[in-house]
Design a protein around this ligand. Structure first.
Ligand code: NAG
Ligand code: NAG
Ligand code: NAG
Ligand code: NAG
Ligand code: NAG
Length: 412
């Protein structure tokens, strides 16, 4: 009798546990669903834009292939090497290129020599770079030119899931951005190239005290964590099997930039939407606050960012009033998603520069892809799926333009 009661009791408890688990699972499911609805809003215009895609792809497939001498010459310049040029003189020339409309001279035959110098000139001083939120080094190269080094954190085929701003900087995105700026004929990114450095040989002997204090030995390789918002000792970047750190070096532009909050800033809070994510007519509120030139610059930047999915431009910088394209490390995160909301400045304001539109059209019918694939050593830092994705996103941009033509007269 006692045994029987015990057995019933046991059965009762097991039943209770099963019921409890099932209801909890159910709740978690419902809560998750509610959350995914609020964090990734279904923006109606995105469907309208994507509905245009089949027509766009047919229209642009038939376009004729275009000779692009500007790009061909740029590419030739990036590969030409002038022997025995003094570093100091070359850096002076590079600094003279910088203006509010360009950070480099795409027509200069010295471009290749400069990129080579970025890649190989002796490092004479190494410091932390505290600007921004992620690990960067501020290096001074022979000939007294400052450059910024961003390390490689991931293998290039790593797919970053989550929100568009997830993960750490992708060094390949910085390099690709430089070439993309040349393709789009908006040379407002700093000269950038791949570089491998040895912490022990290239950095430690010339490091400042504050940088040195963030370099340490871990299982017989050197690691560094630097000084920045997210920099911490338990999250360093370490040398690879060849005792090297791979990464991207960019020219440090010595000029005064003005820092602005982007009207299309994200909230960076799960489940909380910004005003621009909830209002289709958001641009009406922005237009009175910004100049037309500024807005057109923001649209150009949005197109640039959308192609590589650099969805983290919460602030932007201007140089003499022109918006420049600094900090492009959040691109190349996931080649299998296309976050359309990066294009919000375009499809909400429905404004576009004639020159930008002309250039975008020229890049149709595979020209964008063939340009990207002709970038020197491209497969070192970008994978094929990313190139496919960029090609596809160009069609999405055409579709957004078509969508805008339907609703605004301000379109080319
Ligand atoms: C493109 O350039 C090549 C070589 O310069 C030339 O032979 C060809 O005719 C050009 N094509 C067009 C469409 O201009
Ligand atoms: C850097 O190192 C990687 C492998 O460690 C190599 O594939 C790449 O070509 C190197 N890049 C440069 C610019 O030397
Ligand atoms: C930046 O430019 C200013 C004046 O144009 C100059 O005094 C300064 O030395 C430069 N800094 C670097 C790091 O080149
Ligand atoms: C825009 O560009 C096209 C093609 O280059 C040209 O025909 C047209 O006149 C331009 N429109 C304006 C308003 O500049
Ligand atoms: C363009 O406007 C027409 C008529 O108002 C509408 O049927 C069509 O869906 C619109 N297309 C887009 C892409 O918004």
């Amino acid at each position: 009798m006692v045994i029987r009661t015990r057995k019933t009791l046991l059965m009762f408890f097991i039943a209770l546990i099963v019921v409890f688990t099932l209801t909890s699972l159910c709740f978690i499911k419902i809560l998750n669903r509610a959350e995914s609805v609020t964090t990734t809003p279904k923006i109606k215009v995105h469907d309208n834009i994507l509905n245009e895609l089949p027509f766009i792809q047919n229209k642009f497939k038939r376009r004729h292939y275009l000779n692009d001498t500007t790009w061909d010459n740029f590419l030739k310049n990036t590969k030409s090497l002038t022997p025995n040029v003094k570093a100091e003189l070359l850096w002076n020339e590079v600094r003279s290129w910088v203006s509010k409309t360009q950070f480099y001279d795409a027509t200069s035959p010295h471009l290749g020599t400069v990129l080579n110098l970025l890649k190989s000139a002796k490092i004479i001083k190494a410091d932390v770079d505290t600007r921004g939120t992620q690990l960067k080094l501020l290096l001074t190269l022979e000939g007294h030119q400052q450059v910024v080094f961003k390390p490689k954190w991931y293998p290039i085929d790593k797919v970053i899931d989550g929100p568009v701003y997830a993960g750490k900087d992708r060094y390949g995105s910085e390099i690709l951005a430089f070439y993309l700026s040349a393709i789009l004929q908006k040379p407002l990114t700093p000269l950038t190239t791949e570089r491998n450095i040895s912490l022990s040989k290239d950095i430690v002997p010339v490091a400042t005290k504050r940088l040195l204090s963030t370099i340490f030995n871990h299982k017989s390789v050197l690691c560094v964590y630097g000084k920045c918002f997210y920099c911490k000792r338990n999250d360093p970047v370490c040398e690879d099997d060849n005792n090297m750190l791979s990464g991207a070096v960019s020219l440090n532009i010595n000029a005064t930039f003005i820092y602005h909050r982007s009207p299309w800033q994200r909230t960076y809070k799960k489940g909380k939407l910004a005003l621009w994510e909830t209002l289709d007519n958001y641009c009406q509120f922005i237009k009175p606050k910004l100049s037309t030139r500024n807005l057109l610059d923001l649209v150009d930047a949005a197109i640039f960012d959308f192609l590589i999915q650099n969805g983290d431009r919460h602030h932007y910088e201007t140089f003499d009033g022109n918006i420049i394209l600094l900090d492009n490390g959040k691109g190349l995160g996931n080649p299998y998603t296309h976050h359309l909301d990066i294009l919000a400045p375009l499809y909400q304001c429905c404004m576009l520069r004639n020159t930008t539109w002309t250039r975008l059209q020229q890049l149709s019918s595979g020209l964008l892809r063939s340009h990207l694939e002709s970038i020197p050593n491209i497969w070192n830092f970008v994978t094929k799926p990313h190139i496919n994705a960029i090609e596809h996103r160009l069609n999405i941009i055409y579709a957004a333009v078509k969508f805008c033509r339907n609703r605004s007269k301000g379109m080319p």
